[in-house]
Design a protein around this ligand. Structure first.
Ligand SMILES: Nc1nc2c(c(=O)[nH]1)N[C@H]1C(S)=C(S)[C@@H](COP(=O)(O)OP(=O)(O)OC[C@H]3O[C@@H](n4cnc5c(=O)[nH]c(N)nc54)[C@H](O)[C@@H]3O)O[C@H]1N2
Ligand SMILES: Nc1nc2c(c(=O)[nH]1)N[C@H]1C(S)=C(S)[C@@H](COP(=O)(O)OP(=O)(O)OC[C@H]3O[C@@H](n4cnc5c(=O)[nH]c(N)nc54)[C@H](O)[C@@H]3O)O[C@H]1N2
Ligand code: SF4
Ligand SMILES: [Mo]
Length: 674
C-alpha cells in the first residue's frame, strides 16, 4: 500500500498572492504540487506558471543544479565540470580573503533579489556580506525604489499599506499602474471580482488595456509617463468643485497650500490633451475617488518611469486632499512590509556585523561598475539572474566576460548569468527546507515547509553562506545561527502564539482578527509628523520641494516607447527554462497598436526588429489595441540563452528622478520589418 500524505506550504515567489500550496507525497516522495484549498487568497489554485513549473523544471533533477561546478571553457559558454563543495568553498574563500585582508572588500560586488522571498533564504545571506564589507547592488533599484522613497517622503513609510480586507467598506478602488491579471492573478480573480460584484467601482489607470483594465468600470488609458499631470487634474476637479477635505488638510497635512497654484493651472482640458484621456473620464474618476471611501493601489510598474518618484508624490496628494486614509475602506497600498507584522528585518540581515560602512551601487550602474577592475574584482550573484533582468544587457554581458573578474553564481538552475560564472553553487528550492513567507499584499503569515530532500548536493542559501563564513574563518556566532532558532525568534516577533509546527499544520494565518485601519493614529514618521506634500527633506536631497504636474514628452513620430511589464507565464526570468512554459510563451513578441502597424506596413506575425543605441532585437509582431499609438509592449525578462538577448538589451542606464531607480518603461526604440 502506498502511503499518501499532504504537506501544506507557501509559494515564495515575488508575487502579491503568496498562494497556499498542498504538496502531495507518496511514500515520502513528491507526487504533485497543487494549490491548497484552505488558503484564504488562492483557494486551491496556483497560477498557470507555477502549476506547470513546480511540476516541471523545479522537480526535474536533470534541470536542477545538483553539485558545485567549476568553469572549464570560456566565460559565457556554460562549460563546467563538477567540483567538491570543500574545494569550491576553499577557492572562493581564498579570493575573498585576499581582498578583505588587503582592505579591498568593497571591490567584492554582490547582487541579489527575490528569487525567493522566504524571510531566511532571502535575508540571511546578507549577514555574510555585511561581515565581509562587500558592495551591495541595491536590489530595489531594479524594481521599486523610486516609489519607496517618494512614499517615505510623503507618509514616512512605503510599506504600511491598506489591509486588503478593508475593501468591504470601500466604495471605490483605484488601481494605478499595476496589472493584477498578470502579477496578482488570485487577487484579480477573487478579491477584485467579488468586490465588483458587491458594487464597488473599480477604476484602472494604465496605458495598457490589460485584463484587469477591461474588467474595470472605468479605464483611463494615459500616455506613459504623464500620470502626474493626470493626478493634478483630478485634484483640479475636486478643488474647483469644493470637494476637498479641508479639516483633514488642516489637521494632518503639511504644505498642501503650496500645491494650489499648480492644481488651479492643471485643468482637465489641459490634462486631456497632455495625457490622451477624455475630460469626462478625468472628472468621473476624480469624483468617484474623492467621494470615498476609496482605496488606491499604487503599482510598481507605475514608478518605473523617469518621473516615477514625482508621479507617486503627485498621486499621494490625492490621498491627502480627499482624506482617504485612517478610516475604514480608505487608504493606499504599495507594498505591505514584514514590519507591519512585527518582523524586524535587521534580525535576519544583522547589519551590526559590518565593520564600516557597506557600499551600495544602483542596478543602473551595474554594467559600468562591473566592467571596471578598480571597482569590481569579485562578483557574487544569488537569488537573481541579472544577465536577463538588468539594464544595458550588451554591456553587462561584456563585463561578465572579464577574465580577471572572479564570479560566483548561486541558483537552482543554469541561467543566463551562471553561464559566465567561475564557480556555480547549487541552491535548494523552497520545497526542500523550512522558512517563513509574508505576503506583501495581505497581512498574513505563512509557513514554507520542507517536503523533499534537495537534489544531489544542493543546499539552502543560508546554509551555503554559513559554510562560506566557516571557510573564511569568521568567528561571529550570528553567521552560524540555525534556521530553527531564527524561525522561532521571528515567530516571536510576529506575536503568533504557536510554534512553527503549529503554523505548518495550517499553512497560513491572518495575524489580525479584523481589517486594520491604515495609519489609524494619524501619526506619520515625517519631520513634521504630518503627511508632507511639501518636503524640506526632499529639497535637501535635490528633489523639488513639492510634486510637479509634469508629463514626459511624447515619442517622435515613428518611434515607439516600450513598456516591458510582467508576463503571465514568467516570474521575471524564472520558469523560462521550463518546457511547458516555453510552449505557452511561444516566440517573443512586440504588441503594437493597429495605427503603428499601418504606419510601418506591418501585419500580424511579421518578423520585425526594434532597436536603439543598445542594439537590435528581433521579435514577431502582434497587433492589438491593448497598446496605444506610439507605445509597444514587450513582456519582461524572457529567457535569453547565451547567444540571444531580451528587451533589456535596449534598456539604458537611465535613472528615475528618485533613489537611482529604474526608468525601464521609458525605453524608446525604432521599428522596422526584418
Ligand atoms: N525590461 C524589464 N526588466 C525588468 C523589469 C521590467 O519591468 N522590465 N522588472 C524588474 C523587476 S521588477 C525585478 S524584481 C527584476 C527581477 O529580476 P531577478 O531578480 O533577476 O529575477 P529572476 O529573473 O526571476 O531571477 C531569480 C533567480 O533566482 C533563482 N532562485 C529561485 N529560488 C532561489 C533560491 O532559493 N536560491 C537561489 N540562490 N536562487 C533562487 C531563480 O532560479 C532565478 O534564476 O527584474 C527587473 N527587470
Ligand atoms: N506573472 C508575473 N507576476 C509577477 C512578476 C512577473 O514577472 N510575472 N513580477 C513580480 C515583480 S518582481 C513585481 S515588481 C510585480 C510588479 O507587478 P505590477 O505592480 O503589476 O507592475 P508591472 O507588471 O511591472 O506593471 C504594471 C502596469 O504598470 C503600467 N505602467 C507602466 N508605465 C506606466 C505609466 O507611465 N503610467 C501608468 N499609469 N501605468 C504604467 C504597465 O502598463 C503595467 O500594466 O509583479 C510581480 N509578479
Ligand atoms: S507566483 Fe504568485 S500566483 Fe503563482 S503560485 Fe506563486 S504566489 Fe501564487
Ligand atoms: Mo520587482
Amino acid at each position: 500500500m502506498q502511503e499518501r500524505n499532504i504537506i501544506k506550504t507557501t509559494c515564495p515567489r515575488d508575487c502579491y498572492d503568496a498562494c497556499g500550496i498542498a504538496v502531495v507525497r507518496r511514500d515520502g516522495v513528491i507526487a504533485k504540487v497543487l494549490g491548497d484549498p484552505d488558503h484564504p487568497i488562492s483557494r486551491g489554485g496556483l497560477c498557470g506558471k507555477c502549476a506547470i513549473a513546480y511540476n516541471g523544471a523545479w522537480r526535474d533533477p536533470t534541470m536542477r543544479l545538483q553539485q558545485p561546478l567549476r568553469r572549464v571553457g570560456p566565460k559565457g559558454t556554460g562549460s563546467f565540470a563538477p567540483i567538491a563543495w570543500d574545494d569550491a568553498l576553499a577557492e572562493i574563500a581564498a579570493r575573498l580573503g585576499g581582498l578583505v585582508d588587503g582592505g579591498q572588500a568593497s571591490r567584492i560586488l554582490h547582487t541579489h533579489y527575490t528569487g525567493t522571498v522566504g524571510q531566511i533564504a532571502g535575508g540571511f545571506p546578507s549577514r555574510f556580506f555585511n561581515r565581509l564589507g562587500a558592495t551591495e547592488v541595491d536590489p530595489d533599484t531594479v524594481c521599486n525604489k523610486a516609489g519607496h522613497l517618494a512614499l517615505e517622503l510623503v507618509f514616512g513609510s512605503s510599506v504600511d499599506g491598506f489591509d486588503p480586507r478593508s475593501i468591504v467598506e470601500a466604495r471605490t478602488l483605484v488601481i494605478w499602474g499595476a496589472n493584477p491579471s498578470h502579477s496578482a492573478p488570485h487577487q484579480h480573480r477573487y478579491w477584485l471580482r467579488e468586490a465588483q460584484a458587491r458594487g464597488i467601482k473599480i477604476i484602472v489607470v494604465d496605458p495598457i488595456g490589460h485584463e484587469t483594465a477591461r474588467l474595470a468600470d472605468l479605464h483611463l488609458k494615459p500616455r506613459p509617463g504623464t500620470d502626474a499631470t493626470l493626478a493634478f487634474a483630478w485634484l483640479n476637479v475636486l478643488w474647483t468643485q469644493g470637494l476637498v477635505d479641508r479639516d483633514f488638510l488642516a489637521s494632518h497635512v503639511f504644505g498642501a497650500e503650496e500645491l494650489v497654484p499648480a492644481i488651479e493651472r492643471t485643468t482637465p482640458a489641459i490634462a486631456a490633451r497632455v495625457c490622451g484621456v477624455d475630460e469626462s473620464q478625468i472628472e468621473a474618476a476624480a469624483l468617484a475617488y474623492g467621494a470615498g471611501p476609496s482605496l488606491l493601489w499604487l503599482g510598481q510598474g507605475l514608478q518605473r518611469q523617469p518621473d516615477g518618484g514625482n508621479i507617486f508624490r503627485a498621486i499621494s496628494a490625492l490621498v491627502a486632499f480627499t482624506g482617504n486614509l485612517a478610516k475604514p475602506g480608505a487608504g493606499f497600498l504599495y507594498l505591505n512590509g514584514a514590519g507591519n507584522r512585527g518582523i524586524d528585518g535587521t534580525t535576519i540581515t544583522a547589519p551590526e556585523l559590518a565593520r564600516g560602512t557597506v557600499g551600495s551601487v544602483s542596478h543602473m550602474d551595474l554594467a559600468t561598475v562591473l566592467a571596471d577592475p578598480a571597482q569590481a574584482r569579485v562578483f557574487i550573484n544569488w537569488n537573481n539572474n541579472p544577465a536577463a533582468s538588468s539594464p544595458q544587457q550588451g554591456l553587462l554581458r561584456a563585463a561578465l566576460q572579464r577574465d580577471d573578474l572572479f564570479h560566483v553564481a548561486i541558483d537552482l538552475f543554469h541561467t543566463d548569468t551562471t553561464a559566465y560564472a567561475d564557480i556555480v553553487l547549487p541552491a535548494a528550492s523552497f520545497l526542500e527546507f523550512d522558512d517563513l513567507v509574508l505576503s506583501y499584499f495581505d497581512l498574513t503569515l505563512s509557513a514554507q515547509v520542507k517536503a523533499a530532500e534537495p537534489p544531489g548536493q544542493a543546499l539552502p542559501n543560508q546554509e551555503i553562506f554559513r559554510r562560506m563564513a566557516r571557510a573564511m574563518g569568521f568567528k561571529e556566532p550570528l553567521l552560524y545561527e540555525n534556521d530553527t532558532a531564527l524561525i522561532a525568534r521571528l515567530l516571536g516577533q510576529t506575536g503568533y502564539p504557536g510554534s512553527f509546527s503549529d503554523l505548518a499544520v495550517v499553512g497560513t494565518v491572518t495575524l489580525f482578527p479584523t481589517a486594520r485601519v491604515q495609519f489609524a493614529d494619524l501619526r506619520f514618521a515625517t519631520p513634521s509628523g504630518k503627511i508632507e506634500l511639501a518636503s524640506t527633506r526632499a529639497e535637501t536631497i535635490g528633489i523639488p520641494r513639492i510634486p510637479q504636474p509634469h508629463a514626459d514628452t511624447p515619442v517622435a513620430e515613428g518611434m515607439l516607447r516600450i513598456l516591458s511589464p510582467a508576463s503571465p507565464w514568467l516570474m521575471n526570468s524564472s520558469y523560462g527554462n521550463d518546457r511547458g512554459i516555453s510552449e505557452k510563451l511561444g516566440a517573443a513578441t512586440l504588441t503594437l497598436h493597429p495605427d503603428d502597424a499601418a504606419l510601418h506596413g506591418i501585419s500580424e506575425g511579421d518578423a520585425i526588429v526594434i532597436g536603439n543605441t543598445g542594439g537590435e532585437l528581433p521579435l514577431l509582431a502582434t497587433i492589438s489595441d491593448i497598446a496605444q499609438p506610439g507605445m509597444g509592449i514587450v513582456y519582461k525578462s524572457r529567457w535569453t540563452g547565451p547567444a540571444s538577448n531580451n528587451i533589456n538589451l535596449l534598456v539604458s542606464n537611465l535613472k528615475s528622478d528618485m533613489a537611482e531607480s529604474t526608468a525601464v518603461h521609458a525605453t524608446e526604440v525604432t521599428l522596422r520589418r526584418a
